[in-house]
Design a protein around this ligand. Structure first.
Ligand SMILES: Nc1ncnc2c1ncn2[C@@H]1O[C@H](COP(=O)(O)OP(=O)(O)OP(=O)(O)O)[C@@H](O)[C@H]1O
Ligand SMILES: [Mg+2]
Length: 233
């Protein structure tokens, strides 16, 4: 069953239409990415899915239930979490405080979850008491993901997790994403970096607010035309 389904979504800002009739699906248990250049509408797509902006047309389903128009908080409570592209941590708080903030809508005991997240990102363990603003780009990204994981999401939306990382760290972040997927979290991520295909089961290519191609990562990697047009080869 697909955990996320986007059906003919049109949305944008003010009177500017950014997403033109976008349809896509994410199967439970997979890593699915959307690749596209600057301004393609990737962040806008995630905002529409997570309820930050409303779809003007079309529908969004989570596990078969329509969620179009629900608030981000309602969506987070049913199992989907979102790591925005920017300002995704509180720089003046410590690592530990950031993770604790991530549990803000949980009423049960989330302490064990905190330890699981430190196990997933061991580098953060040694920095529990450091201010998040002092962390390197890679560690900040892990903290942002860790914060979202505090709610135990079944589906995680990630906006360009490799942004701002030195090239030698990019593979590391995709490895972590793979590891958390192996622990059962479905991942839907958007990226400019075609390296995301290496960790994805399927991918979509988006440009100018339109879906240009879709397929398994292998199909897209083997397609010369797509390689030349969209993957910088
Ligand atoms: N808050 C906003 N208000 C008005 N227009 C916006 C807003 N955010 C984005 N846009 C416009 O929407 C279009 C798509 O932007 P979006 O941020 O979704 O692209 P993107 O694919 O995420 O790009 P990037 O890879 O640079 O993050 C662009 O033309 C952008 O200028
Ligand atoms: Mg963006």
């Amino acid at each position: 069953m697909s955990i996320l389904k986007v059906e003919n979504v049109v949305s944008g800002y003010g009177s500017m239409e950014v997403l033109h009739d976008i349809s896509l699906e994410v199967e439970e248990g997979q890593i699915v990415s959307v690749l596209g250049p600057n301004g393609a509408g990737k962040t806008t797509l995630l905002r529409a899915i997570f309820g930050v902006i409303k779809p003007w047309k079309g529908k969004i389903f989570y596990k078969g239930e329509e969620i179009s128009g629900l608030s981000p908080e309602r969506i987070a409570r049913i199992g989907m979490c979102y790591v925005p592209q920017e300002e995704n941590i509180f720089t003046s708080l410590t690592v530990q405080e950031n993770l604790e903030m991530g549990a803000f809508i949980r009423e049960d005991d989330w302490q064990p979850r905190l330890e699981e997240i430190y196990d997933l990102f061991p580098d953060l363990t040694d920095r529990r008491k450091s201010r998040a603003g002092e962390l390197s780009g890679g560690m900040r990204q892990m903290l942002a993901i860790g914060r979202a994981l505090m709610l135990n999401p079944e589906l995680l939306l990630l906006d360009e997790p490799s942004t701002g990382l030195a090239p030698f760290l990019v593979e590391g972040i995709f490895d972590r994403i793979k590891k958390l997927n192996e622990q059962g979290v479905t991942v839907f991520l958007v990226e400019q970096n075609a390296q995301a295909l290496q960790c994805s089961d399927r991918a979509y290519i988006m440009e100018g607010g339109e879906k240009k191609a879709e397929g398994s990562s292998r199909e897209l990697l083997e397609d010369e035309e797509i390689g030349r047009h969209y993957l910088g080869r």
